[in-house]
Write a protein of this length. Sequence first.
Length: 351
Amino acid sequence: MKLILTINPGSTTTKMGVFNRSKKIHESKIDMPASEISKKNVAIEFPYRKDSIEESLKDVDLKDLVAVVGRGGLLKPIEGGVYRVNDKLVEDLKEAKNGNHASNLGAMLADYFGKKFGVPAYIIDPVTTDELEDVARISGVPGIQRICRSHSLNIKATARKICDRNDWNIENNNFVVAHLGGGISVCALKKSRMVDVNDALIGMGPFSPERAGALPLRGVMDLAYSGKYTKKELEILFIKNSGLKGYLGTNDGREVSKRIKNGDKKAKLIFDAMIYQIQKEIGAMLSVCNYNVKAIIITGGLAYNKNIQEQLTKNLEKFNIIFSPGENELEAMADGGFRAIDGNIKINEYK
């Protein structure tokens, strides 16, 4: 039976899985010791991560391995899809040409294990997947262009999975897909292309468990010139210490729901505000699709939350809304890998 190895490096862990066509047969989550984490360039972490994965795989029978898929990192803006890991792609990630992030290690590790086992290595729908229509790039200020950073891997894989389940052709239909996690991406998916999506990292869309989302410019200017923050400190505030964490001291939606259940009025107000902003962004993406969508798809870890499910179902009752909870990144990579080896999806070359 054919197997695919998937590798998803995060800032403090390396997640990996081995899949056959029907299920996951092995999964491990390897913690990164603080002493091994590099603040300069994540490529320095490669030997430790490689050795840890090899240790985890030592008792796994991989004789039927047909491909290795790594998480796509910070590459130049590219069309979505499957990309063969080549020297140019690995070089750009090793040198962190487009940014330094743990996901950069995904292709490096896939390249190593692909060569070790004599099978192809791929990445799929990296975070810099950019299919924005030209009109969506205009910001309103010359010299500032909207850029595309989103949870494209899970967004596209979840949409494909739901289309397969319902016998829908993704190429003939429109969807709004919202990935709700530590960051939030809300996407207009028109005929399989992400024609518009908020920048899920900084400065756009709803606030999230950790991120600030779109902000009033006057307030941003006042903070920037207050003398209280350096540029880097302000960036960390907006990306890691805002949203639920900033207001309530926790980024855990389950903890916030417990507080609401126990009568915490502030927790309810802030959580309701986040859901309100998610709903507004979904409305904006519905307009991009001319309100002609097959479904609104809600995915990501926060999609498990009952408060979110109830409010979005109630407030978007005129539309077909489908909840598909979970980050699903390892599964998404395996799905794309099997589509690639079966010839059901184009394999691109990074240049």
